[in-house]
Write a protein that binds this ligand. Structure first.
Ligand code: HEM
Length: 119
C-alpha cells in the first residue's frame, strides 16, 4: 500500500469516528431525553471536515461520484441546521419537537446508507 493510500484510509477512519460520534450521541438521546447534545455537533464537525477532505480524488485510482457527494453535503448541512434549531428550541422550551429530533437520526442514517449503497 502506498503512503497516500494509508493516509486516505486514516481520513476515512476519522470520517467514521465522526459518524459514530454523531449517531451514537443520537441513539443515547433516542433512549433518553430525546434532546440535542453538543456531542452531536462534534460528530457532525468531524464527519464534515474528513468528508470534505475525502471529496477530492487523492489516494484512489477510481473516479468519485460527485452527485452522490453533493447530496451527502446537502444532507449534512440540513442535519447541522436541525441540530442548531433543536438546540435553540431546547433552550427556550426545555424540549426538542419530536419530528425535528427523529429527522436528525434518520438523515444521519440516510447519509451512511448513501455512502455504502450508492456506487
Ligand atoms: C452526517 C454526515 C455523513 C455521514 C453519516 C457519512 C457516512 C459515511 C460512511 C459510513 C462512510 C463509509 C462507507 C464507505 O467507505 O463507502 C462514508 C464514506 C465517505 N464519505 Fe461520508 N458521511 C457524511 C458526510 C459526508 C460529506 C459531507 C462528504 C463530502 C462531501 C462525505 C464524503 C465521503 C467519501 C468521499 C467517502 C468514501 C471514502 C473512501 O472510500 O474513499 N461524507 N461516509
Amino acid at each position: 500500500m502506498e503512503p497516500i493510500q494509508v493516509l486516505r484510509g486514516v481520513v476515512v477512519l476519522i470520517h467514521l469516528i465522526g459518524f459514530a460520534t454523531l449517531f451514537g450521541a443520537w441513539v443515547v438521546e433516542a433512549f433518553g431525553k430525546r434532546g440535542v447534545t453538543s456531542l452531536m455537533n462534534w460528530g457532525l464537525l468531524i464527519a464534515a471536515v474528513a468528508g470534505i477532505a475525502l471529496a477530492a480524488p487523492w489516494g484512489i485510482t477510481w473516479d468519485l461520484n460527485y452527485v452522490k457527494l453533493g447530496v451527502k453535503l446537502v444532507i449534512l448541512v440540513v442535519i447541522g441546521a436541525l441540530i442548531g434549531i433543536g438546540a435553540a428550541r431546547q433552550r427556550k422550551s426545555g424540549s426538542v419537537p419530536p419530528a425535528l429530533f427523529w429527522s436528525i437520526g434518520v438523515l444521519t442514517l440516510a447519509n451512511a446508507g448513501i455512502a455504502v449503497l450508492w456506487r
